[in-house]
Structures are given as structure tokens and as C-alpha cells.
Design a protein around this ligand. Structure first.
Ligand SMILES: [Zn+2]
Ligand SMILES: [Zn+2]
Length: 263
């Protein structure tokens, strides 16, 4: 019989995996930042400590539902995750990745805008904006309420949209990579991509930096679709080439009050 201890073990194991993934990825990009932009995080130790603490709380909030669903998938045949490459046509592989990213982006955009209402900003989202400017360690620096709004997206989508296990791995890889690089204080991607045709639709650090500087715009996660459609896209921010960057003038505004117009 399947003991309840197995489900607990799965939740614990997944929490550990999410935690190690966070520390490894953020650690790698923090190390890379020191190589590429020496001194960018200079004097930010107290902030980085807070970012790591909140992020480690978030690992349990993300890990537990994921571990439960992984256990149900293995033992009870839950979810629409498949492992046979020929189970669905090959063209469906990229379609499924796009569907997951778009669904996640849509959920993120609207919950993020909701959390910029003054009341909810103070309760749930101020923690994330305490990072001024954010670092590579801020990828999962969320208040537990905000972490909860994000933690159930992928575990619920696997019950709705069929996906090959490798494509699910790709979605999680993109989620992790963009979560870290969008906060690390410099642009990883080449200028031709960020400022070219692809950059008109995709979100990278230059776009999300502008959200952290101005608060009331650029709410999206992967795509600029909802921001453009709803008139909240205010273009890209700029990073200086060397040294610690400073926030744009908009950072001087009171986040709670400025959040009002962005709700
Ligand atoms: Zn952010
Ligand atoms: Zn925000």
C-alpha cells in the first residue's frame, strides 16, 4: 500500500530540489555578475541576506505542491504528463512549451497587477520590491502570499495541458533562468535580441528592471503581450556598463502610492 509517508517524503525531496536549484542558479549568476560587472553588488550584503531568506521560505511553498503532484503522477497516474515521444505529434512539443509559458505569463501578469493595489502591495508584494535594485538572489524573494500565488500554476497546468516530461523540464529551465537573470542588474542577452524584433515580444532583464524602477508598468513575466494590450508597457530600462547601477528616477516615488495607479 502507498503510505502517507511517501507523499511527505516526495514533498520534502521536492523542496530540497527547488532549494538546491535556487542556490545553484542564483549562485552561478551572482558569481558571473562579479566577473562581468565587478562591484555591482558591493555593499548589498544585508539586502542579499534578506533575498536569500525570503527565497528559501519560498522553496517550501513551491516544493510541497510540486512534490505532491509528482507523487500522484508516479503512483496514481495523475496529470497529463507523458513520457512516450510518439504519444502526440512532434509539432505539439513546441506548442505545449508555448502554451505553458503563455498560461503562466497570463496568470503572473494579472496577479502581479492585483498585488500592486496599495492594500495588497503592502501585504504581499512589498517584500519583492524591497530589493532596490534586485540582485541575482532575488529570483524567489517573495512574501509567502505572493509565493502561494505562483506555486500552484505549473502543478495545476499539468492536469489540464498535456506535456512531455522533457518539455516540462524545458519550461522549468526557462522559468528558473528568466527568474534569476531578469533580476541580476545587467542584460545577459545580446543587444540585437533585446532591442530587435524578438525583444518587442519577449521580456528580459531590461524590461523587468524598468518595473522595479517605476513600479506601475511592465508587469509581465515572459511576454510583453498583456503589457502592450493593456497599455502598461513602458519600454526598456538601461543598465550602465560598469559599477553599481542606480535606480531610475521613478524609484524615488512611494511604492504603495504609486502602486495605486497601476492596479
Ligand atoms: Zn521582480
Ligand atoms: Zn511588482
Amino acid at each position: 500500500m502507498l503510505g502517507s509517508s511517501h507523499i511527505v517524503l516526495s514533498a520534502l525531496a521536492m523542496t530540497l530540489i527547488v532549494g538546491v536549484r535556487y542556490l545553484a542558479t542564483s549562485g552561478l549568476f551572482a558569481w558571473l555578475t562579479e566577473k562581468v560587472r565587478p562591484g555591482l553588488y558591493g555593499g548589498m550584503k544585508p539586502q542579499i541576506g534578506r533575498e536569500i531568506r525570503w527565497s528559501l521560505y519560498s522553496t517550501a511553498i513551491y516544493g510541497i505542491p510540486t512534490g505532491i503532484v509528482a507523487w500522484g503522477w508516479q503512483n496514481l497516474g495523475w496529470t497529463r504528463i507523458y513520457t512516450d515521444w510518439s504519444a502526440l505529434p512532434l509539432w505539439y512539443l513546441p506548442v505545449s512549451v508555448f502554451a505553458y509559458l503563455f498560461a503562466h505569463d497570463t496568470w503572473f501578469y494579472w496577479t502581479h497587477r492585483w498585488m500592486h493595489q496599495p492594500k495588497w502591495f503592502r501585504i504581499a508584494h512589498a517584500v519583492h520590491h524591497e530589493s532596490r535594485p534586485p540582485t541575482a538572489w532575488a529570483a524567489m524573494s517573495f512574501h509567502p502570499i505572493e509565493a502561494l500565488t505562483g506555486a500552484f500554476v505549473i502543478p495545476l497546468l499539468v492536469f489540464i495541458i498535456p506535456i512531455h516530461i522533457a518539455m516540462l523540464g524545458l519550461v522549468l529551465f526557462i522559468m528558473t533562468l528568466m527568474g534569476v537573470t531578469n533580476h541580476m542588474g545587467w542584460e545577459l542577452f545580446p543587444r540585437w535580441l533585446v532591442h530587435g524584433g524578438l525583444g518587442k515580444g519577449l521580456i528580459t532583464a531590461s524590461h523587468h528592471q524598468h518595473h522595479h524602477a517605476r513600479y506601475t508598468c511592465n508587469y509581465g513575466l515572459y511576454f510583453r503581450f498583456w503589457d502592450r494590450l493593456c497599455g502598461t508597457d513602458k519600454g526598456l530600462g538601461e543598465f550602465p556598463e560598469t559599477g553599481r547601477h542606480t535606480m531610475a528616477k521613478g524609484s524615488a516615488i512611494d511604492p504603495a502610492r504609486s502602486a495605486h495607479s497601476g492596479s
